[in-house]
Design a binder for this molecule. Structure first.
Ligand SMILES: Nc1ncnc2c1ncn2[C@@H]1O[C@H](COP(=O)(O)OP(=O)(O)O)[C@@H](O)[C@H]1O
Ligand SMILES: [Mg+2]
Length: 256
């Protein structure tokens, strides 16, 4: 679903921000993107939604060469990609409803439908009751949840998050991370940039590591802490062992 072939990026006057990066992210995967500050994480993410174009190499998103998309068609690409930033990027003087419905407004969706979409998206992040509040009235963690709702409102195929927990304390980071894992469980491909090795170790999943613009590592990690962060495990009821019925015997083969 997202394929990078020998992608390099040089900003004018700068060194290579990305250097011959090649990888393939299948639909539905959850991927951490990590590396020190300046390693190229933001550059890589911005290329997926065509905020930047590679200096050389090729990027395919859903089989389409992103660099070749005509300017007029870029909004169609962006409709399928939700993006969440470290600094939330909410508009302080607009309500939560107005913030999360930014994209449907631009797309000319009627108000009744906007309300439905906003309610659904905010319910997913547990903030449906704050539709009429303004961002400064919410905590940092709540503001980031609103930003996630805004990214989800169009039911994107891909959710990109650039250090979304960088401004939050560890408890809130866990909560936000859990939301991303839930979104992924419902089928959305998630790419989350973070330099928080602790979180990655706890959660596991696929980890792409950038080092000075090069893809230094592409590994599958088993998390040390899956039950606490795996929403399915968290929801599974604890049934005492004596109440679990014995497995049914296999059905008899019917002759004939
Ligand atoms: N718009 C830009 N213009 C010039 N250089 C940039 C720009 N954006 C990033 N860079 C440089 O590219 C490199 C990678 O930056 P970035 O992608 O932001 O890394 P990260 O997100 O991992 O911190 C850094 O050396 C940074 O200074
Ligand atoms: Mg960055």
């Amino acid at each position: 679903m997202i394929q990078f072939f020998h992608v390099s990026k040089k900003y004018p006057g700068g060194q290579a921000a990305l250097d011959e990066v090649t990888f393939d992210i299948p639909r539905g995967q959850f991927v951490f993107l990590t590396g020190a500050s300046g390693a190229g994480k933001t550059t890589l993410l911005r290329m997926i939604f065509r905020e930047e174009v590679p200096t050389s190499g090729q990027i395919l998103v859903n089989g389409r060469n992103v660099s070749a998309i005509p300017r007029s068609k870029i909004p169609y690409l962006r409709r399928t990609i939700g993006v969440v930033f470290q600094d939330f990027r909410l508009i302080a003087r607009k309500t939560i409803f107005e913030n999360v419905t930014y994209l449907p407004q631009v797309l000319g969706v009627d108000l009744q439908e906007q309300k439905k979409l906003a309610y659904q998206a905010l319910r997913r992040v547990g903030l449906a009751h704050r539709l009429n509040a303004f961002p400064p009235e919410l905590s940092g963690g709540e503001q980031q949840r609103v930003a996630i709702a805004r990214a989800l409102i169009n039911d994107p195929d891909i959710l990109i998050a650039d250090e979304p927990t960088g401004n939050l304390d560890p408890d809130l980071s866990r909560e936000i991370l859990r939301l991303f894992l839930e979104v992924n469980l419902r089928g959305t491909t998630v790419i989350l940039a973070t330099h928080d090795r602790d979180t990655i170790q706890r959660v596991g999943r696929r980890v792409l590591t950038l080092d000075h613009g090069r893809l230094a590592n592409d590994q599958e990690l088993i998390g040390t802490d899956p039950p606490a962060l795996d929403p399915l495990a968290a929801e599974a009821p604890q049934v005492p062992e004596e109440l679990i019925p014995a497995p049914e015997p296999p059905p008899e083969e019917t002759a004939g």
